[in-house]
Design a protein around this ligand. Structure first.
Ligand code: ADP
Length: 326
């Protein structure tokens, strides 16, 4: 293999999983780099075709279509994600729920039918989010929702899984250094060619994309951010966004505007960023401090930045409208 400095940086951007995907890889040739990245995108597309709620014929579509009727055969990847999702329900203090589809459909954030539902509609949908109604059989490779009005939604976990899988594909194809970013779910593979870690930004929650207010340096870690600025609509000055608190049936309002999770797997980061966003500062920080190998950076409505103990010293704040709070 060539010395690091002779490697070429290859990049491809593509719309995948309803978001903007960016994959970069250092490779010994442009052809090899592009081939590896294309394979990574193929795997991401495969995952989308299994786990999207809207693609007819996806596993999730089949499971939802057969709710209350019969168990359906699912792909091992879907099985893995479902099992992980179920495991996280108790860990997340019952904030992360892969069976929230009926509420997510009702609010329709980011969809043509988005609206503020009536409290009656919310209460009705909340009767159909009981995860004990979801049966997953590892032996038979099937999944079944017993409640015919309950719907699965893997929107809070599938993207993280896809990032991890894309990284596996890059590694299998000889890439030792690269970056995968699927709409804010990031994994930094290895270090840059000069041996320094990758630098990843956390966006200004009031501005959104490409406005970093915090910078952290990482290698072989994922950085996943959930915010109320990604998908939302505003009605009567209230911002309704896409992270739903299962306990209220409405968009979470915990006082946080952005939650970043740094972990070994983007799938964990995806789930935990949503969970901490709902739990809020105190309970959220507490949850992360008790999970080994996981760190978090939280931003509150009043622009105060909080961080877990393992990362506090390594945060660079780039915008003086934001202050460290702990
Ligand atoms: P994004 O990266 O697209 O901003 P997040 O990782 O923040 O997404 O997750 C938001 C998505 O997760 C929603 O669009 C919805 O599909 C799903 N979701 C919303 N609330 C919950 C919840 N409490 N538990 C599990 N999934 C959720």
């Amino acid at each position: 293999t060539k010395p690091n400095a002779e490697l070429t940086l290859v990049k491809q951007e593509q719309l995948v999983l309803g978001t903007f995907g960016q994959i970069s890889a250092y490779s010994s040739s442009e052809t090899e780099g592009n081939a590896a990245i294309s394979k990574a995108y193929e795997r991401i597309t495969e995952i989308e075709n299994l786990m999207s709620t809207s693609i007819e014929g996806s596993d999730v579509y089949h499971i939802n279509e057969n709710a209350g009727i019969q168990p359906v055969q699912i792909n091992p990847s879907t099985l893995e994600v479902l099992q992980k999702g179920l495991e996280y329900f108790p860990v997340s203090k019952e904030t992360f729920n892969i069976g929230l589809g009926s509420l997510i459909e009702l609010w329709g954030i980011g969809k043509a039918w988005q609206k503020v539902p009536t409290s009656e509609e919310i209460l009705t949908a909340m009767n159909h989010i009981d995860l004990s109604q979801l049966q997953v059989s590892e032996k038979d490779h099937t999944a079944f929702i017993k409640d015919s009005d309950m719907l699965l939604d893997l929107g809070g976990i599938a993207k993280g899984y896809a990032v991890d899988e894309a990284i596996n594909i890059l590694r299998e194809n000889g890439i030792q250094s690269g970056l995968v970013n699927l709409g804010g779910d990031i994994y930094a593979l290895g270090a840059k060619t000069d041996g320094t870690p990758w630098r990843v930004g956390v966006n200004n929650p009031h501005v959104g994309q490409d406005n970093s207010i915090i910078r952290i340096s990482i290698s072989d870690k994922s950085v996943v951010t959930s915010g109320d600025y990604e998908r939302f609509f505003v009605e009567n000055d209230i911002r309704y966004h896409h992270i739903i608190n299962p306990k209220t049936g409405s968009p979470a309002d915990s006082g946080l505007v952005s939650v970043t999770i740094i972990s070994d797997k983007a799938m964990d980061g995806d789930v935990l960023s949503t969970s901490v966003f709902i739990l809020g500062l105190e309970e959220g920080l507490n949850l992360i401090e008790n999970l080994p190998g996981v760190e978090t950076i939280l931003i509150s409505k009043d622009n105060v930045v909080y961080a877990s103990s393992g990362i506090k010293g390594n945060i660079e704040i780039l915008d003086n409208n934001f202050k460290m709070g702990n």
